[in-house]
Ligand binder design. Structure first.
Ligand SMILES: O=C(O)CCC(=O)C(=O)O
Ligand SMILES: [Fe+2]
Length: 644
């Protein structure tokens, strides 16, 4: 096995460049040569030396090709103020034209996407304008608009306009249709569909066009200055050539390359300027370790291999599971409202089964969350399970890292590795997951030396939760018209296909944390993958919030405070599918503590009743295509955990 620490902690500071297979450091020279820009600078210096040598050896006349040293000489003879004046003039024209173009092109693309009529009418006109060489129409525009900056700004704007309109329209139209359907089913307004779904999805397309257009804007400005101007780099080059001052013309050309282009694009070699396009793109569209972005025009995903992208705090996924689409559009903070969470008494279960089944059904159809009491698990057993869980989290990192969670598997230890599709940031937590067959198959139990009796205690608690889960699920089976043991058979614990999971979660203490740490989530908004979740929490360690389906578009969240003696339960996506969407798998999340709340560590122990791998899930109405619980779960896990 590779070092457990490096394989378990995905955000390790050790990079592949630093270590080769043998573990020895990479040779320093090789390291230097791989530094970005070094080889480019070396090639540039070589080319300049060759040019200089050729100019002297072959005695090339200065008016044909001046030597680099002659160009350098004219640079210094021109004077800084003159340079700065010409560069500023070109910059001003290029940037105003570029900004004007963006201000018109993006709204126009939105209108064209909304109106096929407008699109059919305007698109051919745009193609005609684009295919007319700007050099050809520049003199006409100058005649029409007269002297001053106006004609030059229009020319810079015209040349940049087409790529921005076309790319933006393409990005807006490429939004996955299931996301649009989902937003409409959540009654999102047209404006919200554009601003929160289509535009964020189009961000990479728009930025590709902006990057191309920024250099086009400089070309447009310089071309316009060739035709009519009294300042600017184009004017300076034109003037220098007409006076046969070729080294000066070359200096003007290199000055434009060296100063104008990087200034407008915000890039100087590999260093980012504070206002660069790339920085802006990263802000709107932060790359993440596990996201795989398709370049504009390429759709990268196939069913079963989810690809995630994040746009403006909202994740867009290309896996076709509708549940992922639901999670993807609910990353924001939203507001908090009070709602009643149903409370159900499970006492005298066998005699009251039908009454309990009705109460469970009603709660699950309406909100998908409920709390049960008289549930049959002793409070002492629950308290003991929390204590045992803490003995695991207290272990030194290197001991926990002996049992790391393998890729695509719901078992073992992970540290801040779960990135929710809703937020795109890792949950602020660590967890240890117990999925019985995987623990043996992949040797994921902590050893008895490291943690005596842990395994036995956790297995006992796992079994108690399974029993409670099956009791509740048998009520749903009754109401759905299945045999009472339908779900118990689908969660058969004696099968090697068993994949129900007991999860021990430790949310880090926020005592003394910086204000910015409170902007992340302990657990980002999600719906559970399973049939039913049985969630043990400790009184005083709140933070769980739910956002029921019909109100999801309003982003209204409700706190569900833990109460001693009550276990919070919720329907998961497997059961929602299996019931043809009659039962609600509700979005929920764990927020950071508020100022007046307990700031210490938070523990929770959810048990996820996940149907066995070989169970085929399909509801009586066949609303969803049949899928095995094994495939379903793998796809959901892969959409949540970093690829290793
Ligand atoms: O810790 C909690 O209260 C909720 C955890 C949760 O929702 C989950 O792990 O799916
Ligand atoms: Fe959950």
């Amino acid at each position: 096995m590779t070092s457990p620490i490096t394989s378990a902690i995905s955000s390790s500071t050790v990079t592949r460049h630093d270590v080769v297979q043998s573990g020895k450091p990479v040779a320093p020279l090789k390291h230097v040569l791989t530094l970005p820009g070094i080889t480019t600078v070396a090639a540039l210096v070589g080319a300049v030396l060759l040019w200089e040598g050729a100019a002297w050896l072959l005695s090339i006349p200065t008016y044909l090709l001046p030597a680099p040293s002659a160009i350098l000489g004219s640079f210094s003879s021109i004077g800084f103020e003159r340079w700065a004046g010409h560069i500023a003039a070109t910059l001003r024209v290029a940037l105003i034209g570029y900004a004007m173009s963006i201000a018109i092109a993006i709204p126009l693309a939105v209108f064209m996407m909304r109106s096929p009529f407008l699109s059919r009418t305007l698109y051919p006109l745009l193609v005609v304008v684009q295919s007319t060489p700007v050099v050809a129409i520049a003199p006409i525009i100058i005649v029409v608009l007269g002297a001053g900056d106006a004609p030059r700004i229009v020319i810079a704007s015209l040349i940049t306009f087409f790529p921005i309109v076309v790319s933006t329209a393409t990005g807006l139209a490429a939004t996955p249709p299931e996301l649009i359907e989902l937003s409409r089913s959540l009654r999102a307004t047209g404006l919200r569909e554009i601003t929160q779904i289509r535009l964020p999805f189009a961000v990479p397309y728009i930025f590709s066009a902006l990057k191309i257009s920024i250099t086009l804007a400089v070309i447009g400005a310089v071309v316009a200055e060739f035709c009519a101007s009294e300042a600017g780099v184009g004017y300076f080059i034109q003037l220098s050539t007409s006076l046969f001052k070729l080294p000066q013309a070359w200096a003007g050309l290199l000055g434009a390359r060296r100063n104008v282009a990087p200034a407008v694009s915000g890039r100087r070699f590999d260093t980012e300027a504070p206002l660069s396009l790339e920085r802006a793109e990263k802000r709107l569209n932060p790359p993440r370790s596990r996201s795989s972005r398709a370049p504009p025009g390429h759709c990268s995903s196939t069913a079963g291999s989810p690809a995630l992208t994040q746009e403006n705090g909202m994740n867009i996924q290309t896996d076709t599971l509708a549940e992922l689409a639901k999670e993807a559009i609910i990353g924001g903070v939203g507001t908090t409202v009070d709602r009643e969470i149903p409370v159900i008494d499970l006492a005298d279960f066998d005699n009251r089964k039908h009454e309990i089944a009705d109460a469970l059904w009603q709660a699950s159809v309406e909100i998908g969350f409920f709390q049960v009491y008289n549930h049959g698990i002793d409070q002492d057993d629950i308290d003991a399970a929390f204590d045992t869980a803490w003995t695991f989290f207290e272990l030194p990192t290197e001991v926990k890292a002996k049992t790391p969670m393998p890729k695509g598997i719901n078992a073992g230890w992970e540290f801040k590795a779960q990135v929710r599709p809703s937020t795109g940031t890792p949950d602020n937590k660590e967890s240890f997951q117990i999925t019985r067959p995987d623990m043996i198959r992949l040797n994921l139990w902590p050893s008895e030396d490291d943690l005596p009796t842990f395994r036995d205690k956790m297995l006992r608690f796992e079994r108690q939760n399974w029993e409670l889960g099956m009791r509740i699920l048998s009520c749903f089976a009754l109401t759905m018209g299945f045999t009472e043991d339908f779900f118990t058979k689908a969660h058969d614990p004696s099968s090697d296909q068993y994949q129900s999971t007991l999860r021990l979660i430790h949310y880090m203490s926020m005592e003394g944390a910086k204000p910015e740490d409170f902007t992340s989530w302990r657990a980002g908004a999600h719906s559970d993958f399973d049939c039913l979740t049985i969630l043990h929490q400790k009184e005083g360690e709140g933070g769980l919030q739910v956002c029921p389906g019909k109100d999801a578009a309003l982003h209204e969240w409700t706190d569900v405070p833990p109460r001693k003696g009550y276990i919070t339960c919720n329907i998961g996506d497997m059961l929602m599918r299996w019931s043809d969407d009659q039962l609600q798998s509700t979005l929920h999340r764990v927020r950071m503590p508020r100022e007046d709340e307990y700031m210490g560590r938070r523990l929770s122990l959810p048990f996820f009743c996940q149907a066995n791998r070989d169970a085929i899930m399909q509801g009586p109405l066949g609303k969803y295509e049949a899928i095995t619980a094994g495939e379903y779960l793998t796809r959901r896990i892969n959409a949540n955990f970093a690829k290793k």
